[in-house]
Design a protein around this ligand. Structure first.
Ligand code: SAM
Length: 300
């Protein structure tokens, strides 16, 4: 891909015979300068400035013209313009009001754009109020985002619980967070986010991303994680019951569950659930957590 020229905030790139627009490092520096902006560390502002990585995200997310896409934290629009180029319906939710004029400039530069910009905290947004006017409530949405790293885990877990319409996720997170979301039992990194994510879907790390593709560069490696929501959860126990036990079990992860779960269940109850009371939380898979939750519910 060759950069041809920088017009306003875009760099136009030739890709074979097609002409496409991407924010490059130079374009981002120019945008920040012109709008008097400094990237905020508190808001996790590390902007993507590598067209190859941006295109890879859109490809791995499987975004097409019929997709409905939510981008959390569009920043200056690096990923937003690639999503818009696919002609998908795009909703971009940005918390930082100081970035919004620059983001609007970038998105408006696309001409007729399918992007709806929402200035709000994604953690507290009334999603139905934003999405219902755009598509029927049973429409599946994809979350495609370079997430703010400091809130990535709670954001993903909260939205998996609260927004069944968010069916697929392709998100950039800190590498350790990605590994943890996708981890299975028996490893040191298997923890609360691993089990709770497994309740709702299948998580996989699909690519590693080096710090050099961001401006400014973070001092951690990053990973692209894909989450595909299950049609129905693989266990019958209610999420809240499983979550309560998982949090207690991993709260004291070095202890045997007969100790860490003693406020909820006796050793006999654990055995009746078909689980070894001397096991540790990190050894139990989702099905076993479900068995414990079912037993706990039947005994109370
Ligand atoms: N998508 C842009 C990119 O790839 O260049 C920016 C990604 S940057 C890692 C994270 C973005 O999320 C920032 O623009 C930040 O202001 C925004 N952000 C941080 N917390 C947020 C929240 N709670 N809700 C919505 N946006 C948030």
């Amino acid at each position: 891909m060759a950069a041809l020229r920088c017009a306003s905030s875009f760099w136009f790139l030739s890709r074979g015979s097609a002409l496409t627009s991407r924010l490059t490092r130079t374009a981002i520096v120019e945008l920040l300068d012109r709008h008097g902006l400094e990237p905020s560390r508190a808001l996790g502002q590390n902007f993507l400035c590598d067209p190859g990585t941006i295109d890879k995200i859109v490809r791995l997310a499987g975004v097409t013209a019929t997709s409905h896409v939510i981008e959390i934290g569009p920043g200056l629009g690096s990923l937003t313009i690639a999503l818009a180029e696919s002609d998908a319906t795009v909703v971009a939710v940005e918390l930082d009001r100081y970035l919004i004029p620059a983001l609007r400039e970038v998105v408006d530069g696309l001409g007729s754009s399918p992007v709806t910009i929402v200035e709000h905290d994604a953690m507290t947004l009334d999603w139905a109020a934003v999405l219902d006017p755009l598509a029927p409530p049973d429409t599946p949405w994809s979350v495609v985002a370079n997430l703010p790293y400091n809130v990535a885990t709670p954001l993903i877990l909260d939205l998996l619980v609260a927004q069944p319409r968010f069916q697929t996720w392709l998100v950039m997170v800190q590498k350790e967070v990605g590994d943890r979301l996708a981890a299975g039992p028996g490893s040191k990194i298997y923890g609360i986010p691993s089990v709770l994510t497994a309740f709702w879907g299948t998580a996989r790390v699909v690519a590693m991303v080096p710090p050099q593709v961001f401006l400014p560069q973070p001092n951690v490696d990053s990973a692209l994680v894909r989450i595909d929501r299950h049609e129905t959860p693989p266990i019958s126990a209610p999420f809240e019951s499983v979550e309560r036990l998982v949090r207690a079990g991993f709260g004291q992860r070095r202890k045997m569950i007969r100790r860490s779960l003693s406020a909820f269940m006796s050793s006999d109850d654990i055995e009746a659930a078909g689980v070894d009371p001397t096991a540790r939380a990190e050894q139990l898979d989702l099905v076993q957590w479900g068995q414990l939750a079912d037993q706990h519910r039947s005994a109370t």
